[in-house]
Structure formats: structure tokens, C-alpha cells
Design a protein around this ligand. Structure first.
Ligand code: ATP
Ligand code: MG
Length: 442
């Protein structure tokens, strides 16, 4: 009666019925009297231990059996209350325990998330590299440091920049992205810093720049490696002093922006080549984040592919062969190319599965070995069949790259021509156009 206001309460009169209740629904808390008809509360504690029931137990005990309470604590009880007890005192203990339990659950949930997190702010990945990037992003988002995100095209640099903004104290402020490579060089300065009316031909009105637009938020300078020397100097000053002037004005403006930059160029190399200022580099690369190319984190391919499928075609599924192909491909266009390949596959596939043949040709082919291996893993192909298919694949590929010249192919594979011919017969490999195949070429 006392605890009805705290949640659902079930009552059991002995150990057996208590165990029955517990097996139906694990309670958040157990209040346990030690003296019951039949088996004792200590027996129940032992049973709970055996069944790995982890509900906290508060033992109720008469003052003269404090020793039993101590024994109960030794056996895993969380706390005890001596009878007769104050109703409020019991209520407080119960609330206390429930709160603590919630906290512990929260801690456990957070720990799970951190240790096994496969997504963060719209990014997915399970490779060590990506998981460590998730951790870095989460931590540095909270501080003001200027960040340089590097990585090949399509690796997710812009996604990282947005994640940093979204997890920063500035999340409510603006996120302003400037693609430095896409703006003509004579306009970039006014784009960034704004201009006064008449500052240059065509400047018909005053314009506020992106620095001002990003006030209170984040300014994302994409393709920063494309900036020319003069603008690099202006940017350096803006970053160092946090003030700048609009083009055609001498009035200093100061803004509160957090800068995130990105490039797919090797800026260190660009410095060596004299194309990028070293002092600016050290300004922007306070915290560098390097996104590895997708081919160096193949563990992410399947997860990414499945994520894209569930976003774009939620009732479709990738066949194991398709997954094998995707995992075997080298992804020069990185995650963007993978995203496009899934879109392509979804457009082409019939029924509710995307197979290897639905993927762009270069992907379907280059992943053949992986595809086979995956089918073998899934028990879709026997060992014999897998090896035969693999052999066929390699022979075919090699023959193709030697324009079906058997002598050259054999020598490339370290076989005699006779053995190659035998294998071709056995595996049923024929030149597509018989006239192109040998024999005159010998
Ligand atoms: N880890 C990831 N999880 C989910 N989607 C991703 C991930 N990485 C990239 N993407 C997606 O791939 C595409 C390319 O990402 P993004 O535009 O951030 O790449 P980028 O490095 O800025 O490329 P570029 O250098 O060509 O500008 C986007 O659609 C993005 O959402
Ligand atoms: Mg980009």
C-alpha cells in the first residue's frame, strides 16, 4: 500500500511465488522479509544469484535479527531496514535505490554506446578509425578549437563539419558553408568578408560576408587549399585577430565564429610547393581530423551499404553476392560512390533484392572474389564450386587482359599453354569471338 504511488507493486507470500513473479517480469526492486513460511529470505537471495537476477534487494528484518541482515548483505542484498520502521524512512530508501538503479542503467547504456557505437550524428562506421573519429568529434565539438578535416573526395568531410557544429554549444547558431574552390578568386574576399557599396565595379550595395553571417555559429571553409595567396593572408589575420574589414571599408568588425576547414589536398605538400602558407596551416590545423579512404576501412562498407538501402529503399535487401562485390571494390569515389551505387542498384533491381548484377558493372566485377567468398560463408556455395568459380574468374580476367592470347596468358599465370588449354576446356571457357583467339598468333 505504501509503495503503490512509486510504481507497480506485486506481493508474494513465500519464496516459490516470489520466484514465479520474478520470472514473469524482472522487478526494479525487491523488498524481502527474511522470515517467511517455508524457505527463508536468504534462500531467495541464493536463488536470485543463481538465476542472475540483478534487481537490488532491500531486506526487512526485526531488530533482534540484525545478524541475519548482515548475512543477507553478504549474500548480495543492497540494503536493509529494521522493523518496526518509519514509513517515510522506507519510502526514502526505496526511492533512493530506484534512482541509483536508473543512474547505473544510464551509465551502462552510455558505456555501451561509446564502446560499440556504430553511428554518430548521421555518420555510420564500425571500423576502429571511424569509431575513434566519432569520439574525437564528440570531444572537440565542445571546445572552440579550429579544425582541419582532411580526406579524399567523398570520405565525409562535410558530414564531420556538420557533426561538429551540431554537437557544439553553438548548435542553435548558424552553420555557414563556403566552398572556396567554387567561388571565382576575385570574388572570394568579398564573399568571406563582405563589401561596401562601390568597393569595386559591380558592388552596387553593401553586402555582409560569410564571417558575419556565421556570427554565433560555425563557419565551414571547404576546399581551403584552393584559396590564393592574397586571400590566405586576409584569412590568417581574421583567424588571428578575430577581426576583419569589409572590402572597401576601414571599419574593423569582430565576430564570434568557430572555424572548421576541409581539404582533399595534401596541405603539407602544398606548403612545400609554395602554394599554401605555413602560418595559416598551423592556424587552421589546430585539431586535424583525417578521414581514411573507404578502401582502408572495408569493415564499414557493409554497414554503410545497408544504411543507404534502409534510407533509400527500406523494403529492399542486398544479396550476399552483392555485399561481397561491394566489399571487394576499391571505391575511388569513397562513400559518395557507394551511396550512388546503392541508388543505382535500387533503380535497377527487380523484386525486393539488389543483386550483384544490379550494381554498376565495375563494382559487380571487381568484387567477384569477395562475392564468392561471401556466398561460401553463407553456405550458398560448396567449397568445390567456390574454388572452381574463382579459378574461372581469374582465368577469364587474365585472358581478357591479354586479348585472349593463350600463350601470353599462360606465361603471365606461370602455366604451360597446354595446361591453360586443359583448364579452359574443363571450366568451359571460350573466347567470345573465336576468330580473335589464337591460333595464328603463335
Ligand atoms: N560515415 C558516413 N556515414 C554515412 N554517410 C556518409 C559517411 N561518410 C560520407 N557519407 C555520405 O557520403 C556523401 C559524401 O560525403 P561528404 O560530402 O561529406 O564528403 P566530402 O569528403 O565532403 O567530399 P568532397 O571532397 O567531394 O566534397 C554524403 O552524401 C554523405 O552523407
Ligand atoms: Mg565536401
Amino acid at each position: 500500500m505504501l509503495l503503490k504511488s512509486e510504481g507497480d507493486v506485486s506481493v508474494a507470500g513465500d519464496v516459490e511465488s516470489a520466484l514465479r513473479e520474478i520470472s514473469l517480469a524482472t522487478p526494479d526492486l525487491i523488498l524481502l522479509d527474511l522470515v517467511m513460511p517455508g524457505r527463508s529470505g536468504l534462500d531467495l537471495l541464493a536463488e536470485l544469484g543463481e538465476r542472475s537476477v540483478r534487481s537490488p534487494v532491500i531486506v526487512l528484518t526485526a531488530t533482534n535479527t540484525v545478524n541475519a541482515a548482515v548475512e543477507a548483505m553478504k549474500r548480495g542484498a543492497a540494503d536493509f531496514v529494521t522493523k518496526p520502521f518509519e514509513l517515510d524512512a522506507l519510502r526514502i530508501k526505496v526511492r533512493d535505490r530506484l534512482e541509483k538503479r536508473e543512474l547505473l542503467e544510464e551509465v551502462e547504456r552510455l558505456r555501451d554506446e561509446v564502446e560499440d557505437r556504430q553511428h554518430f550524428a548521421g555518420m555510420v562506421g564500425r571500423s576502429d578509425a571511424m569509431r575513434s573519429i566519432f569520439r574525437t568529434v564528440e570531444r572537440i565539438a565542445k571546445v572552440q578549437a579550429t579544425i582541419l578535416v582532411t580526406g579524399e573526395s567523398g570520405t565525409g568531410k562535410e558530414l564531420v563539419a556538420r557533426a561538429i557544429h551540431d554537437h557544439s554549444p553553438r548548435a542553435e547558431g548558424p552553420f555557414v558553408a563556403v566552398n572556396c574552390g567554387a567561388i571565382p578568386r576575385d570574388l572570394i574576399e568579398s564573399e568571406l568578408f563582405g563589401h561596401e557599396r562601390g568597393a569595386f565595379t559591380g558592388a552596387t550595395g553593401r553586402r555582409t560576408g560569410r564571417f558575419e553571417a556565421a556570427n554565433g555559429g560555425t563557419l565551414f571553409l571547404d576546399e581551403i587549399g584552393e584559396l590564393d595567396g592574397a586571400v590566405q593572408v586576409k584569412l590568417l589575420r581574421a583567424l588571428q585577430e578575430r577581426t576583419f574589414e569589409r572590402v572597401g571599408s576601414s571599419e574593423s568588425i569582430s565576430v564570434d565564429v568557430r572555424i572548421v576547414t576541409a581539404t582533399n589536398r595534401d596541405l603539407v605538400q602544398e606548403i612545400a610547393n609554395g602554394n599554401f602558407r605555413e602560418d595559416l596551416y598551423y592556424r587552421v590545423a589546430v585539431v586535424p581530423i583525417a578521414l581514411p579512404p573507404l578502401r582502408e576501412r572495408r569493415e564499414d562498407v557493409r554497414l554503410l551499404a545497408q544504411t543507404f538501402v534502409s534510407r533509400m529503399g527500406p523494403d529492399k535487401k542486398l544479396t550476399p553476392a552483392a555485399i561481397g562485390s561491394l566489399e571487394g571494390y576499391t571505391w575511388p569515389g569513397n562513400v559518395r560512390e557507394l551511396e550512388n551505387a546503392i541508388e543505382y542498384g535500387l533503380a535497377l533491381c527487380e523484386g525486393d533484392t539488389i543483386d550483384r548484377s544490379d550494381l554498376p558493372i565495375s563494382i559487380g566485377r571487381s568484387g567477384q572474389a569477395e562475392a564468392l567468398r561471401e556466398q561460401w560463408r553463407q553456405g550458398e556455395r560448396s567449397f568445390e564450386e567456390t574454388v572452381t568459380r574463382f579459378e574461372t574468374d581469374i582465368l577469364r580476367e587474365s585472358l581478357e587482359s591479354h586479348h585472349w592470347n593463350q600463350t601470353q596468358t599462360a606465361s603471365a599465370l606461370g602455366l604451360t599453354r597446354r595446361v591453360l588449354k586443359l583448364k579452359m576446356d574443363k571450366l568451359d571457357i571460350e573466347a567470345p569471338d573465336p576468330s580473335s583467339a589464337e591460333p595464328g598468333s603463335e
